[in-house]
Design a protein around this ligand. Structure first.
Ligand code: ZN
Ligand code: ZN
Length: 294
């Protein structure tokens, strides 16, 4: 089911939204009482731009109010209560536009939450965070604060291909191809399957992982540069509209496409070129504040 409006989401008596570590997430879709709004998966786009600018935020997705995928500048728009409801962060890779918000989150949440923030990422990404971010030089080491036994941030290595259960949600990372080691994520809440590639260029890895799925309803995938900047796209390992078109041929599913990560100032021309390159596909260009409800 695809629907951008919460108004038409399904209701079920007595079913609670996802719980994280045994606690009910402070999900905005939760209605206390006997009638509770059930959405299998609600994804809020906090940021989806390839850079900053007025109204632009970098990559960050909030799933069911409690799970964050990437921590770009979009995290900064969350009110304190919603920030505190986040228990789990899944990172795609170490680039600053995907992790910078984690540093500020940690600072804001320090002393404000009674649970650790569990950050899942591949070992290469975690190594960068340890060495270059939470190192007492760029930022305090929140993995040992307030003390090593009760850290604010718990860095947890994940293995691509291994299913991770987070409450009612299952997340599976798959390797992609970028300038640094990177993954995308498949999220399955039972009623629908959503996949997010993160930053990537052409690779068989994505399609091997996605074609193995019994279904794929929504695919959030990047297209960062217009066609005329193909050389730069290849060098920085991102897609152009034509590059994306040529890759999508390998996908056996026909999901709704959610396009993301356009470099600031290129949005209009990328939209024009996608209208040609993605003819026959159902797609939209994501904007900050959009929702994907499955
Ligand atoms: Zn990147
Ligand atoms: Zn990026």
């Amino acid at each position: 089911m695809r629907n951008d409006s919460i108004a038409t989401a399904r209701f079920r008596i007595g079913v609670r939204p996802a719980t994280i570590h045994g606690r009910i997430a402070k999900c905005p879709c939760y209605i206390p009482g006997s009638l509770e709004l059930l959405t299998a998966m609600q994804i809020r786009i906090l940021g989806c731009s390839g850079g900053i600018g007025p109204g632009l935020r970098t990559t960050s997705l909030l799933v069911d109010g409690a799970v964050l995928i990437d921590a770009g500048t979009g995290v900064g728009d969350l009110p304190a209560g919603e920030l505190a409801a986040i228990h789990t962060v899944l990172l795609t890779h170490s680039h600053l536009d995907h992790v910078c918000g984690l540093a500020f989150m940690a600072d804001n949440l320090f002393g404000e939450i009674d649970h650790p923030l569990t950050v899942h990422a591949i070992p290469e990404t975690l190594a960068v965070l340890r060495e270059h971010v939470f190192n007492w030089r760029l930022w305090p080491d929140f993995t040992v604060l307030p003390d090593a036994e009760h850290p604010l941030i718990v860095l947890t290595p994940l293995v691509a291909g291994t299913r991770l259960s987070i409450g009612a949600l299952t997340a599976t990372a798959f390797r992609v191809s970028h300038t640094v080691p990177a993954v995308g994520y498949i999220l399955d809440a039972g009623d629908g399957v959503f996949a997010f590639t993160g930053d990537t260029c052409a690779t068989e890895r994505i399609w091997t992982a996605l074609n193995a799925l019994p279904r794929l309803d929504h695919l959030m995938i990047e297209v960062a540069f217009p066609n005329q900047e193909n050389a730069l796209a290849e060098r920085s390992r991102h897609f152009t509209p034509i590059g994306l078109r040529d890759e999508l041929v390998k996908l056996r599913h026909r999901p709704m496409l959610h396009l993301t990560h356009a470099k600031p100032g290129t949005e209009a021309v990328i939209a024009e070129q996608c209208a040609v390159a993605l003819s026959g596909w159902q797609y939209r260009h994501l904007r900050t504040g959009d929702q994907i409800v499955i």
